[in-house]
Design a binder for this molecule. Structure first.
Ligand code: ADP
Length: 484
């Protein structure tokens, strides 16, 4: 092998250079050492494949050099050349791990034969070592990958259970172990039918054992929670089933939202349909001329129809505001605003109605209030809804007060009225969509039941919160807290 490196250690110049020439002619790279000391320096400095060494050297003997090679685990093959080979030397050298003996004198072909064999051995050893290291590294990578996959599956929110082709459980993650009420390790290596048979997942045992399709989706309720279940068969390259994965995804939240949405739509349809039905009947009275030919007779009825249509327009406007308030971003850019213009604007909008009911209004805004970060449209809508309600649900001769204070990290705006108040059992409900208190005092008050839910969403979008205190028959205070 042309690139093999060989070190020749011999104190006799003639032997040394003779060996070198023969080896070099074959393409080996050869270094020479005349003494043991020189040899050790070279051995520690360069990477040799083969060392030929004389047993007798002037300073350090060949055995000691073999010992150093062994001790320092130098990866090379050794051949001892000696004219004095006897049994004792051979045994001592073999103990030190020598690979070959070449008795002097020898023929060039003998030398080349030995060199070739040793170089081949060295190559085989190096290759074996490389493969061993590669294998070790591979195993390590595999182990690492396995650990990673395991912790990944373990931390999934979905519950996962894997069975092999014999139906034995091979993997259960944390979420699944929690559903089965078992430690993860106790679940594995057991037949899935045994494990699940006694558990809340019993309805899935049959499907897991023999699913109709490679992927089966279903639903399962466990207590208050709803899950989407999926059973997937995984196969090898030849299409042979290797096992199955069962996953349970918690869809309780999604289902709850879907149900809420459905209820909202049903209520909305009802709220839109009933006034339209009423308007239609009123128009029919006119088209049928049920009240005779005199047009004036129909006026009160047409005015009622007009009122219902106004309410419908108001409802549609509220629905639009509600839908906008649900978006994360407000339409108008949030800006640093003073509270005062929105408060004055809201009171001004209600001035006529307040005058009609003899209601006194009062604004008490602390001087030097911090600005609040909110879109101007949102702040106007918040204030006009709350002041509007304070007037709508007030008594004749009552009062409305808007008070703003800087409290800790908030600007707190209280809208206080001396109106009909809210029944205690409804305090939690008035902020939900379409909820309206049904009491004799509210019978003639028009509204969509959406105003407060819009206010709540707008306040929350600005990073604040809405609070409410009310006593039936005495009045209510709605408090908006916005970050200062
Ligand atoms: P709307 O006023 O259109 O009915 P809201 O969402 O603004 O809808 O209010 C929901 C319900 O809460 C009202 O129907 C009413 O019963 C009650 N409410 C709201 N504000 C007040 C208030 N200031 N005083 C008494 N009741 C109120």
């Amino acid at each position: 092998m042309a690139t093999a490196r060989i070190l020749v250690i011999d104190d006799e110049y003639g032997v040394r250079s003779g060996i070198r020439q023969i080896l070099e002619m074959e393409g080996y790279e050869v270094d020479e050492a005349a003494t043991g000391t020189e040899a050790l320096t070279l051995l520690h400095g360069g990477e040799y494949d083969v060392v030929f060494l004389d047993y007798r050297l002037p300073d350090i003997d060949g055995l000691t050099i073999l010992q150093v090679i062994k001790q320092d685990a130098l990866q090379l093959m050794t051949c001892m050349i000696t004219a004095y080979a006897n049994i004792d030397t051979a045994i001592a050298a073999t103990r030190q791990g020598v690979d070959f003996f070449l008795p002097k004198p020898f023929l060039p072909d003998d030398l080349l034969g030995v060199a070739e064999t040793l170089v081949r051995h060295k190559q085989a050893r190096t290759e074996a070592e490389r493969l061993r290291k590669e294998h070790e590294a591979g195993l390590l990578a595999l182990a690492e990958e396995k650990t990673q996959t395991h912790s990944l599956i373990s931390s999934l929110r979905d519950a996962v259970l894997v069975v092999n082709r014999d139906g034995d459980v091979v993997l259960v993650n944390r979420a699944m172990a929690a559903i089965l009420d078992l430690p993860e390790f106790e679940a594995v290596h057991r037949p899935a039918a045994d494990l699940l048979g006694e558990s809340p997942l019993a309805p899935l045992v049959e499907q897991l054992a023999a699913p109709q399709k490679d992927r089966t989706i279903g639903q399962l309720s466990l207590g208050e929670r709803s899950y989407m279940t999926s059973i997937v068969t995984f196969r090898d390259d030849d299409g042979q089933a290797l096992g199955r994965i069962l996953t349970l995804s918690d869809i309780s939240q999604v289902r709850r939202l879907a149900m809420e949405k459905e209820r909202f739509i049903r209520t909305m349809v009802h709220e839109l349909k009933s006034p339209l039905g009423a308007v239609r009947s009123l128009i029919e009275v006119a088209t049928d001329k049920s009240l005779g030919d005199n047009l004036d007779g129909y006026l009160p009825m047409l005015q009622r129809a007009e009122g219902r249509i106004d309410n419908l327009v108001q409802l549609i406007g509220d629905l639009l505001s509600l839908s906008r308030s649900e978006q994360a971003e407000s339409q108008g850019e949030p800006e640093l605003l003073e509270i005062e213009p929105a408060v004055t604007g809201a009171l001004r909008l209600q001035a006529e109605k307040m005058a009609a009911k003899g209601i006194a209004a009062h604004a008490d805004l602390e001087a030097g209030l911090p600005l609040v970060l909110v879109s101007s449209d949102d702040l106007d809508l918040i204030m006009s809804n709350l002041v509007g309600n304070a007037v709508k649900y007030n008594k004749d001769g009552g009062s409305v007060e808007v008070r703003a204070r800087h409290v800790g990290e908030w600007v707190r705006i209280d809208v206080k009225d001396t109106g009909i108040g809210i029944a205690e059992e409804n305090l939690g409900l008035v902020l939900t969509e379409f909820f309206r208190e049904k009491r004799p005092e509210t019978r003639d008050v028009e509204g969509s039941g959406l105003g407060l839910s819009i206010v709540k969403r707008l306040v929350e979008r600005a990073g604040g919160r809405l609070e409410l205190a009310s006593t039936q028959g005495e009045g209510s205070t709605f408090s908006v807290l916005l970050p200062a």
